[in-house]
Write a new protein. Structure first.
Length: 329
């Protein structure tokens, strides 16, 4: 008999999440049936989407949603061997049982030298979000200018590097000087700290006087309202996230965007990466290849200890992470 630990949503978030909104539970797992597997989480992901999805898809008392890299510790399923590492969407828990249908194997050519936690970041959902968002929504072309906000985060940092691989000029913004320095280090052409500039309008104009062909928006709110006025004719805007709005108790009111949308003939589209699940293997293999070749660099903010899951989640929402935020068990 295995005792699993799990973090549950004790109380729906009101405004910014608090440690007291979570509760740590112990769950006795039953013995395996034929066809089942016992897995232990090795790395767990904390992501901005959890903030909005918790209200839409969870009830109080549910185990927090989320993804992990897990190791098979016992198997009664001939398709899976003990010691194999997989990616699972089983929430914030240390151990769980699966029939294998919901598990995704790490690529067979995954190098031993590469952290398996990257399957939650650059070579996982955030990387795939950048990959398909740029290719399918922004439809970037060589020579274009791409703008990305929250650029030092798990998605934004990959967006910028993929745009550079695609032959584009890339402008990014982030919330600290250290993050801006990191963006320059990984190849961004222009980067600025949105917390210290006097005017976002001026900063965007200075970074690209001719405007932007593509805007990969992870932030929403005031930033998006200003950035839309800097788009070039026929520009494309990919709405990936709106982290500036997730913790608001009262909805923000922004300026109307119809006029720049009309006169610049812009295309704006929201998306969720699961739309391209049928092309997941393509995306993972491409990202893994570029990471191995050094074309895409990565940085992880690793928090040690399952007991620190809520702290890591809250810190990520506050923008304390550089790159992907993960928790190591």
């Amino acid at each position: 008999m295995v005792t699993a630990k799990a973090w549950v949503l004790k109380k729906h978030f009101e405004g910014f999440p608090k440690i007291s909104d979570f509760d740590l539970k112990k769950i006795e797992l039953p013995n395996l049936k034929d066809g089942e597997l016992l897995l232990e989480s090795v790395f767990l992901s904390v992501d901005p989407y959890m903030r909005v999805y918790s209200r839409r898809h969870m009830k109080e008392g549910d185990i927090m949603i989320g993804t992990q890299v897990a190791r098979i510790v016992e198997s009664k399923n001939p398709a899976f061997t003990v010691g194999t590492f997989v990616v699972a969407d089983s929430g914030w828990r240390t151990h769980f049982i699966s029939d294998g249908k919901d598990l995704r194997l790490l690529p067979s050519n995954w190098p031993e030298s590469l952290p398996r936690s990257l399957a939650l970041g650059t070579v996982g959902m955030p990387g795939l979000t950048a990959y398909f968002g740029l290719l399918e929504i922004c439809k970037m072309k060589p020579g274009e200018t791409v703008l990305v906000n929250a650029a030092a985060g798990a998605v934004g940092s990959v967006v910028g590097q993929l745009a550079k691989i695609g032959g584009c000029k890339v402008v990014g913004c982030a919330g600290s000087d250290d993050k801006v320095a990191y963006l320059k280090k990984i190849g961004f052409d222009e980067a600025f700290n949105y917390k210290t500039i006097k005017s976002l309008d001026e900063a965007l104009r200075k970074a690209s006087p001719d405007g932007y062909d593509c805007f990969f928006d992870n932030v929403g709110g005031e930033f998006a309202s200003i950035a839309i006025n800097h788009m070039k004719k026929y520009g494309r805007i990919a709405i990936c996230g709106a982290i500036s709005l997730y913790n608001d108790s009262m909805p923000q009111k922004g300026p109307y965007m119809q006029i720049p949308m009309i006169f610049k003939e812009l295309r704006m589209e929201g998306f969720i990466v699961s739309r391209w699940n049928n092309r997941r293997e393509e995306g993972v293999n491409t990202l893994l290849k570029w990471v191995v070749e050094g074309k895409v660099k990565y940085h992880e903010q690793v928090t040690e200890g399952f007991e620190n899951m809520p702290m890591a989640f809250i810190g990520m929402l506050k923008g304390e992470n550089l790159g992907k935020a993960v928790v190591k068990i």
